[in-house]
Ligand binder design. Structure first.
Ligand code: LLP
Length: 435
């Protein structure tokens, strides 16, 4: 459920027509609904209210400061994967004691920064990393709380690029090595073995892999107990899917009904890392039709947003519904590719899509773009990144400005030997020529 709906043929976000935002700040832009974000967060929080839990919003899905602040106000922590994400989370006011740090390649700087900030724990992915964390913690005369990320070898049945819990994946420690790694961890002087972590993939639309993976993790928790290692936290990661077209993913309450009974007698705090399920359907990318063209075999709608703004269709072949911002009931349906201005054949937002005929100047909303949308955007083709807007009732808040042309070259420098302008040979070359 989200808060984008038609009123008298106009697509609104909450009480704001998207065309009004376009008029105020131009296109393309990302827009998020405050009400949807809050409702989605609360749906998870209340579904798991009977289990002691921490929701660590997976900020890789959307790391805008305003969204993070909103999540923090609702009681969320953050699942981070870099020093940059830690910086953002702290800046947005996320309490460090609710921050968990995942990722296979944390460097020593990042480890030091996280320890200094007092985060809840590291989700550790290898024994090399474990030793590095122990080493940095020793230098800092402190103890690092960790969970070991275990790879339960469960098929999440999702796109291979976002599947993470199988044996061939780079993520986690394989289940058959887990006991050994936990023993190593508990032997290290500057490591506090606090929990176990798993995350098997993203955009999961079936509940079974969640249950199977948790069962495997709980077997391990029992084995560890037998060896005197008592864990306080079980982190089940994120991954709950959303409806992009006709998927019917489980609701948070369904997930809770399936998982909570397994957790009841454990006396552990449950950590969850939802991203997409909170923010995915809370956002859309609004773009304008620039031109149309047709060949013998194809019809193209050329819009002002491109793969650099929303990479998911190009990278994963992902489906995003595209809706006209103004409905024209009489429009006939046509099959088109919706493409952007980037110089790549892979630059498309939709392929062979049946949609109502549009004309230049029309606005289109690319739906379900709140997660892994703006955060994966780039400046490819020297295209300034687009603004982000948060709508709350009738209010429009620009939470990130459109980048300027000057922003595109910020930080770049021309070395002294190239300082003379193109076409004017440098002094040295001129001298040589004279000789
Ligand atoms: N926890 C960990 C350790 C993760 O790696 C991820 C996502 C999450 C939580 C959050 O998963 P979610 O609840 O959002 O499914 N760019 C891809 C998705 C990559 C997901 C990476 N890890 C996409 O656009 O579909």
């Amino acid at each position: 459920m989200h808060d984008f709906a038609y009123r008298q043929g106009e697509l609104y976000c909450e009480d704001v027509p998207l065309s009004r935002i376009a008029k105020e700040i131009g296109t393309p832009f990302y827009v998020y609904s405050h009400a949807t974000l809050v409702r989605h967060f609360r749906a998870i929080d209340s579904a798991f209210q009977h289990v002691p839990h921490i929701i660590a919003f997976a900020m890789k899905s959307n790391s805008n400061l305003a969204i993070l602040r909103l999540m923090a106000r609702e009681g969320s922590g953050a699942d981070i994967v870099s020093g940059g994400e830690l910086y953002r989370a702290l800046k947005a006011g996320v309490p460090p004691e609710k921050i968990v740090f995942a990722g296979v390649g944390k460097n020593r700087e990042e480890i030091r920064y996280a320890l200094k900030s007092g985060i809840l724990m590291f989700n550790v992915e290898s024994s090399d990393e474990l030793r590095a964390i122990d080493d940095v913690a020793a230098e800092m005369r402190t103890k690092a709380r960790v969970a070991l990320r275990v790879n339960p070898d469960v098929d999440p049945k999702t796109h291979p690029y976002i599947s993470t819990g199988m044996k061939k994946s780079k993520f986690g420690i394989s289940a058959d090595r887990a006991l050994e790694e936990f023993k190593l961890a508990s032997s290290l002087k500057h490591i506090d073995v606090a929990g176990v972590h798993k995350h098997i993939g993203s955009q999961l639309t079936d509940i079974t892999p969640f249950v199977d993976a948790l069962k495997k993790i709980l077997e391990l928790v029992e084995q560890l107990k037998g060896r005197g290692i008592n864990l306080r936290y079980i982190n089940i990661g994120g991954g709950l899917g959303i409806t992009y077209s006709d998927e019917t993913p489980p609701e948070p309450k369904d997930l809770s009904a399936a998982l909570s009974p397994l957790l009841r007698d454990l006396k552990c705090t449950l950590i969850m890392e939802p991203g997409r399920v909170i923010v995915g359907n809370a956002g859309a990318l609004v773009t304008k039709v620039l031109y149309q063209k047709a060949s013998d075999v194809k019809r193209f709608v050329i819009v002002d947003a491109a793969m650099n703004d929303l990479l998911r269709p190009s990278l994963y072949g992902a489906f995003h519904e595209i809706k006209p911002v103004r409905e024209t009931p009489a429009a006939k349906s046509v099959t088109v590719d919706v493409v952007g201005p980037v110089c790549e054949s892979g630059d498309f937002l939709a392929k062979d899509r049946a949609m109502p005929e549009v004309k230049a100047g029309d606005l289109l909303a690319v739906m379900s773009a709140g997660a892994y949308g703006f955060v994966m955007s780039s400046n490819y083709n020297s295209r300034p990144r687009v603004p982000e807007v948060l709508v709350k009732g009738r209010e429009i808040h620009v939470i990130r400005q459109r980048e300027s042309l000057a922003d595109l070259v910020r930080g770049e420098a021309i070395p002294a030997f190239l300082k003379s302008k193109a076409g004017t040979p440098s002094a040295k070359t001129t001298k040589k020529r004279k000789q």
